[in-house]
Design a protein around this ligand. Structure first.
Ligand code: ACM
Length: 264
């Protein structure tokens, strides 16, 4: 299997309406999809007023209601799903992305780079940037603001990720363009799933920019949604169509000269 049908889902969740938001987001996934990527915190909404409110929505993985619903959908539709949720683990609450596979297994990534007020209520991720196998594909996950740190995508690419899935709740306008660069500089597919709508539950009003997209390793946008629609966009990707070569003489990973880089 060198091909994969990928869908990126864009929603506009109503804060706190977890069950309805899950049902709506899953209803957007097109029938032939093999891997669907949903936004960060796709079922809860984004602006928690404080950690206590966040704790009331946080759930254990895989035994919480959101993860169980994703696993049920994955098994009945033979489709893997990546989606963001608040994960409760002992006394910690992480901003987590789950990869729910049709065989019932679950892999997780915990957001490393917390954004703005997230720093006041979430615990920072503690698992690094692992990669996971899905069929013949190697998948990596990162979440929203991780995009501004090229080290995140590069760490996943160096670990072998061919497809980086990126659940997001983007507010700043720069990310869609930046992810084109992340794809090119690592020669990987990137899938950014964002939401739309506005939340004003704290002192800040947050408007989410939509513009979800699937980008190919040459920087080409293979599928996308606008800044004001909900639904899904789909692309079939083929691992046989690219390699790490920027020119016949330049491998974007092997040509690195880390002995000259200042990393600390
Ligand atoms: C973000 O990291 N949710 C902007």
């Amino acid at each position: 299997m060198s091909k994969l049908i990928l869908s990126v889902v864009q929603n506009s969740p109503e804060f706190g309406q977890v069950q309805a938001n899950i049902e709506e987001a899953l209803s957007f996934i097109p029938a032939k999809t093999e891997l669907a990527v949903l936004p960060e915190l796709f079922a809860t909404g984004y602006q928690f007023v404080d950690r206590d409110e966040l704790a009331s929505f946080a759930e254990p993985v895989p035994d919480g209601p959101t993860c169980r619903a994703l696993l049920k959908f994955a098994a009945s539709n033979n489709c893997a799903i990546i989606a963001g949720l608040p994960e409760k683990s002992e006394d910690n609450i992480f901003n987590t992305s789950v990869l729910c596979k049709p065989d019932g297994s679950v892999e997780i990534y915990r957001k490393i780079h917390l954004f703005w007020a997230e720093k006041l209520i979430f615990d920072p991720g503690d698992l690094g940037f692992p990669v996971q196998k899905f069929g013949n594909f190697t998948i990596g996950m990162m979440i929203c603001f991780d995009w501004i740190f090229p080290e995140a995508t590069r760490s996943l690419a160096l670990a072998g990720a061919q497809v980086v899935c990126h659940p997001s709740n983007l507010i700043l306008p720069f990310c869609p363009a930046a992810m084109i660069t992340r794809s090119i500089e690592n020669r990987i597919y990137t899938v950014t799933a964002n939401r739309i709508g506005t939340e004003h539950r704290t002192d800040l009003s947050s408007t989410f920019i939509g513009c979800s997209q699937i980008v190919g390793p040459g920087g080409d946008i293979l599928a996308s949604l606008s800044d004001n629609e909900v639904g899904a966009a789909t692309a079939e990707i083929d691992l046989m169509t690219f390699d790490k070569m920027m020119t016949p003489q330049n491998d974007v990973l092997l040509d690195r000269r880390p002995e000259f880089y200042k990393l600390k």
